[in-house]
Design a protein around this ligand. Sequence first.
Ligand code: DUT
Ligand code: MG
Length: 242
Amino acid sequence: LPAPGTVEFKNVTFGYPGAEAPVLSDISFTAKPGQTTAIIGSTGAGKTTLLNLIPRLYDATEGEILIGGLPLRELGRETISQNISSVPQRPYLFSGTIASNLRFGAQEAEEEDLWEALRIAQADGFVAEREGQLESKISQGGTNVSGGQRQRLCIARALAAKPKTYLFDDSFSALDVSTDAKLRAALVEPTKDAAVIIVAQRVSTITEADQILVLDHGEIVARGTHEELLESSETYQEIVTS
Ligand code: DUT
Ligand code: MG
């Protein structure tokens, strides 16, 4: 079997229920542990839809998705949530404390582990400044933290769960360029044995990725490293220069 955490798409097609045309067509790729797979493409290309198939928010209409070589459809909810952490495009926080939000996928985590996750996510500074720190209250929907803080808390939550597969949906674009760079540098070590799939808007976020998939109208129109795509893909060149 492929290593745990490996995500394989085999000829996956998906259409939203009731819609005529599929949103994703014949998608095939493998995201391996120890590697970063980046997905880039214009708005509406199907990037979020593709990521959402992995924790089974929807099931593929055709084709197959395998996790660690096992069909996704045969894995239980619990196995999926224990092994895959997803930072959604619109990250959400629950009403409760910062600690309870961070422990969502990691009930057993010690305070020290939570601080470590916050440090990596570049969120330790503002949490330390809040009255009550880890025990400070988050209001319903997380409206008493800023969008960028919410994003970093959700990244910390994903890290605290120590999954085998990370899904980041446009998780770095609300951060300023310098925080984005610091955060991604800090992520290298804790995610080094995991499969990391990143949807990005900024090319600078993914130039180091092991493979980049260029998605256009639900199809992978090019794939390769940043250097390879600069040579081979007009769509990628357009994204880089836009
Ligand atoms: N779509 C639906 N129903 C949904 C979500 C999306 O019909 O619940 C459509 C809208 C769009 C396509 O699917 O035509 C792909 O949407 P997705 O959100 O996957 O696109 P994206 O690549 O993530 O766009 P963005 O960069 O704006 O996040
Ligand atoms: Mg999206």
